[in-house]
Design a protein around this ligand. Sequence first.
Ligand code: ZN
Length: 246
Amino acid sequence: MISVVTDFHSVFGLPDQGVRAVCTTRQAGSSQGAYQGLNLATHVGDDPRLVMQNRERLADQFDLPGEPLWLNQVHGAQILEVEENAVPENADTEADGAITAASNAVLAILTADCLPILLASCDGSRIAVVHAGWRGLLAGVIEAAVAGFQGAPLCAWIGPGIGPCHFEVGPEFKTLFPEPGLFVAKPGQRDCFDLPQAARRCLHRAAVKRVIQSERCTVCEVDTFYSYRKEGVTGRVASLLWRLRG
Ligand SMILES: [Zn+2]
């Protein structure tokens, strides 16, 4: 579902439930320099006029049914409940996820190495988006989002983020994430943390059985996505999820 609007449930081999998803790339946007491409974040130092142009391009290209509800992401575990007819002015709330049963509310997560996770109940009646980095995982952001579905069977898509090929971490990570199998040892270098695998395990522990990982690393593919670790000052791609009006 990279840069094309996808019937979310088809990714899991399920019938269309009217849930649509897109994950953008940095290709073809107005931003320049460190932000080169389709940067969709206003908080990273990019020219706000260019970000607005990029957001307009996003809305046009994917025929979005409304303005995305941009969150002020803080690596916490707060999930914003979005009501019917929520207006974008109500967004920019401090939260690392959003959940809704409303139709045409376009939920959005911005990332550059952290994982975007898209969730929907198998019947499509409720959807959520999550911003999941290592701090969010420790804070319980995935569990918080899943709890908002009150036990309904779910589908989860783990989008592009920093992979175990590139996420070098210090020894303190083994204390933070003590379970085996989350680290890749590299001779003479620091260990790498497998963030997508850690996220997948959170989902499984929260009884989410249908999980698909994009397997794409934002550092390996820095020309396609943005990487905060590799580039420092850089832009953000967006992962969007919405329900069509039934
Ligand atoms: Zn990589």
